[in-house]
Design a protein around this ligand. Structure first.
Ligand code: HEC
Length: 288
């Protein structure tokens, strides 16, 4: 651009101003009208959804503690909150599942800060800074491969993390089979092992639903350890407790739809050893 004198700049501005006054659209009523229509559409949408939500309410329950059913837009209200429960499974709203999943990937306490605060903050700062970083005038899609790859990869990564996060197993024992609570709550097994029946999702040791050991294999490894697997006999577990855990795994690993898994016949009568092993082993799941 050639340098302009102040006078030339004033004239250029005046020309532009005159042009806009002649051809442009005035704020009132043009912009005001548009904003009004857009807000009205939003308000009508919200009102419509509330009416559909309200029209779907189920009957008022007799029990004052109980929830009241609704339709596909959600219940009228849910059960009264119970501050004493140990079964509550804290889960974020679906649109936070990606963060939830990041939390599950970064398990170490030192990495938590990284996953929940540092990574998202950096990404947000990057997003705001981007117009200042990338100042090339090029706007054609075909000339901006990196931007395009990022534009596709970001939503794909978010959707993947959201999907994975939605499959996160519940905390605590999911089932009330004997041994489930011991496996998930009273012993650290669940922090290292995935076992769907117990509702655990550890990834340090083998996924027991997949490896699906029989009773004798499980018992030997739980008692004596192997590699990174601690020896639980040395940690003071009784024979009944070891037998209960091995029986529980043999019976319920790889279980589908409430039926015992394929190795169940190798652990017949295992609930007896759980009963003998004490209330933490015989008992039901978390909070039971
Ligand atoms: C520190 C992590 C950790 C903990 C805690 C842990 N395990 Fe393991 N477990 C492992 C690892 C690692 C292996 C694989 C050992 C190998 O084969 O080298 C394993 C193997 C096993 C196996 C054999 C799986 C197979 O199919 O071969 C069973 C059964 C098992 N663990 C049960 C348990 C039980 C029950 C508990 C709780 C009392 C428990 N584990 C606690 C890490 C752990």
């Amino acid at each position: 651009m050639p340098r302009l004198t102040a006078r030339e700049r004033r004239e250029a501005y005046q020309r532009e101003h005159d042009f806009q006054v002649k051809t442009g659209k005035a704020f009132f009523p043009y912009a005001i009208f548009h904003d009004t229509v857009a807000s009205l559409v939003t308000v009508v949408l919200i009102m419509g959804m509330s009416i559909i939500w309200w029209a779907d309410f189920g009957p008022v329950p007799d029990d004052p503690e109980a929830g009241r059913a609704g339709g596909f837009l959600g219940p009228a209200y849910e059960n009264r909150a119970d501050p004493g429960t140990e079964e509550y499974d804290p889960r974020p709203e679906w649109y936070f599942f990606f963060l939830f999943q990041l939390l599950r990937i970064f398990k170490e306490p030192e990495m938590l800060l990284f996953a929940t605060i540092i990574i998202p903050t950096l990404l947000m700062v990057l997003m705001m800074a981007w117009p200042f970083i990338d100042r090339r005038p090029e706007r054609r899609v075909s000339r901006r491969p990196i931007a395009m790859v990022l534009a596709v990869a970001t939503p794909v990564a978010l959707m993947f993390l959201t999907w994975e996060g939605s499959k996160a197993p519940a905390v605590g024992a999911a089932s009330d089979h004997p041994g489930a609570a011991a496996f998930a709550n009273f012993q650290p097994c669940g922090t290292c092992h995935t076992l769907a029946d117990a509702g655990t999702g550890g990834t340090v040791g083998p996924n027991l639903d997949t490896s699906n050991p029989d009773y004798a294999t499980a018992l030997a490894i739980i008692a004596d350890g192997k590699g990174a697997m601690p020896a639980f006999k040395a940690q003071g577990l009784t024979d009944d407790q070891l037998s209960c855990l091995a029986g529980y795994i043999a019976t319920w690993a790889g279980a589908q739809a409430g039926a015992p898994g394929p190795k169940a016949p190798t652990a017949e009568g295992y609930p007896d050893s759980c009963t003998a092993a004490g209330p933490d082993y015989a008992g039901a799941g978390a909070g039971g």
